[in-house]
Design a protein around this ligand. Structure first.
Ligand code: SAM
Length: 233
């Protein structure tokens, strides 16, 4: 890890938006999900949710390559399970939906805690998702085709969310809490050590200014001797 790379990891974390997320409602094509994860990362989203059956999710994880490194992708069995806890935390749910009561996506206020709900390739957002939504938003279609590819729609809407949040200064100061910041930074800088720590119930050891372990040999000896600080993961 170079000091430059470590600085970049910190810069990215400083921009993360803990109150902006995506829920996909039975989007099942791996290439679409991967494109959505990449777009989420670019807009500063740190966690997103896929409502889908476990077997489809496992297939996606198998093909996702690096996209999961920077965005935590959590599976939920259905859209109700994905949206209910977020709504309870005060998120507005904006369903991307081509319906008569939909409003232009540029009219929504993305500076509020927001879930963007994306629908399946063929069927769109499910009935349950539409009912749970606080508003339905649409991107105007001026051509002959009726809809965008779901990952393209995600990109267009997240560009607007990013624009509004940029104007509101929401990328200019760190918005995730200290504990999450330190944990994620360690996991990005030291993926193998963090995995080892979680598997073995160990606290993450301190890092220096380059993202390396402070006295890594001493920490390894402490682990070997059972003296390294524990943590209940
Ligand atoms: N036949 C589906 C329907 O009626 O919803 C089309 C699904 S579209 C290919 C897949 C997803 O992309 C949609 O569920 C929505 O999330 C998003 N999407 C595509 N075009 C959109 C648009 N013009 N406005 C808002 N969302 C759109």
């Amino acid at each position: 890890m170079t000091a430059e790379r470590y600085r970049r990891l910190r810069q990215v974390l400083e921009c993360r938006q803990p109150d902006l997320t995506i829920v996909t409602d039975n989007v099942h094509k791996s290439r679409n999900l991967s494109a959505i994860v990449r777009t989420a990362d670019a807009a500063g989203i740190g966690t997103m949710y896929c409502a889908m059956p476990d077997k489809d999710y496992k297939a996606f994880r198998g093909t996702a390559m690096g996209s999961h490194t920077w965005v935590a992708v959590r599976r939920q069995p259905d859209v109700t399970a994905a949206l209910t806890p977020l709504k309870a935390q005060g998120y507005q749910v904006l369903a991307t939906h081509l319906a008569s009561d939909s409003v232009d996506y540029r009219e929504a206020d993305y500076t509020r805690p927001t879930v963007i709900l994306l629908g399946a390739e063929k069927l769109g957002v499910s009935e349950a998702g539409c009912v749970l939504a606080d508003a339905h938003i649409t991107i105007p279609m001026r051509g002959m085709v009726q809809s965008f590819n779901v990952s393209v729609a995600a990109g267009i809407i997240l560009a607007e969310a990013e624009r509004q949040r940029q104007n509101a200064g929401m990328y200019s100061q760190r918005r995730i809490d200290d504990a999450s910041y330190q944990r994620i930074l360690f996991e990005w800088a030291q993926p193998k050590v963090s995995e080892y720590c979680r598997e073995n119930g160990l606290a993450y050891p301190p890092l220096d200014d380059s993202g390396e372990l402070v006295d890594g040999l001493a920490w390894q000896r402490a682990v070997r001797d059972g003296l390294a600080p524990q943590f209940d993961w």
